[in-house]
Design a protein around this ligand. Structure first.
Ligand SMILES: Nc1ncnc2c1ncn2[C@@H]1O[C@H](COP(=O)(O)OP(=O)(O)OP(=O)(O)O)[C@@H](O)[C@H]1O
Length: 238
């Protein structure tokens, strides 16, 4: 469960996130859309406890992130655009290391089972990460989320640079995690993938959540039109 309550972030005079409120329950995938600089990564960094809010609060599994940043990481998995894995270690070794940080001590068979669930081909389990494509690395990220038994998954442009097949596979893996009851927040520029995977979609501009949709109630052309309209809307000069 992710609760964002009137979260605001300022850098000096620059207001980069303005009173954002969101509620993402288990079994939900919330896709956050917005142009470069809209505040999507800032939102994720606040949820990760990487930066402190100017005002407002964020809660992961009922814990205030600002007060329990270390504890909340136990419930969290995070997949950025370029997942940081150890290139000279194998997929199994990386999974062992990162699930260990998450407090899990798993056998080789269990580790391999999570990689299998994440769709990594068996031949790659014991290969070094340095030989992996981006799609394979993202699958290791999903395996880490599964192995940690994460209740919350944060994703920052995870399908950027993936080919359509890899991106489609990645979307299916998100559905697997959703079905397990994970609450998922994904920042993305990919309207098509957002429409494919999301239960809810929000459009941000200049740190403000401008529009929200139930993904079932909007077609892809309607979503694109709403996005373009939001981006084109000029603020009234006072
Ligand atoms: N450390 C910082 N100091 C000052 N301004 C910052 C800092 N970090 C981010 N910003 C500003 O905050 C705003 C929001 O940035 P953010 O990275 O959250 O946008 P985004 O929606 O994720 O964009 P993108 O799609 O390009 O990733 C931008 O104007 C950015 O320049």
């Amino acid at each position: 469960m992710i609760i964002i309550d009137q979260l605001t972030k300022k850098y000096g005079e620059a207001l980069v996130l303005n009173q954002l409120s969101l509620n993402i329950k288990p079994h939900e995938i919330y896709c956050l859309l917005g142009a470069n600089g809209a505040g999507k990564t800032t939102t994720i960094n606040l949820l990760l406890g990487f930066i402190k809010p100017t005002s407002g609060s964020a809660f992961i599994n009922g814990l205030n992130v600002s007060e329990n940043s270390r504890k909340t990481k136990r419930f969290l998995a995070y997949i950025p655009e370029n997942l940081m894995l150890y290139p000279t270690l194998t997929a199994v070794e990386n999974l062992d290391y990162f699930s260990g940080i998450g407090g899990k001590n798993l056998s080789k068979v269990q580790l391999e089972d999570f990689l299998n669930q994440a769709g990594l081909q068996k031949g790659a389990f014991h290969q070094r990460i340095s030989t992996f494509s981006k799609g394979m690395r993202q699958k290791v990220g999903i395996a880490i989320a599964l192995a940690k038994d994460a209740k919350t998954l944060l994703l920052d442009e995870p399908t950027s640079g993936l080919d359509p097949k890899a991106s489609n596979e990645f979307g299916q893996l998100l559905h697997l995690l959703r079905d397990k009851g994970v609450a998922i927040l994904m920042a993305t520029h990919d309207l098509f993938r957002a429409k494919e995977v999301a239960t809810q979609i929000g459009i941000m501009k200049q740190g403000v959540l401008r529009q929200q949709f139930n993904a079932q109630n909007i077609s892809l052309p309607e979503l694109e039109a709403a996005y373009l309209e939001t981006m084109d809307f000029k603020e009234l000069e006072v």
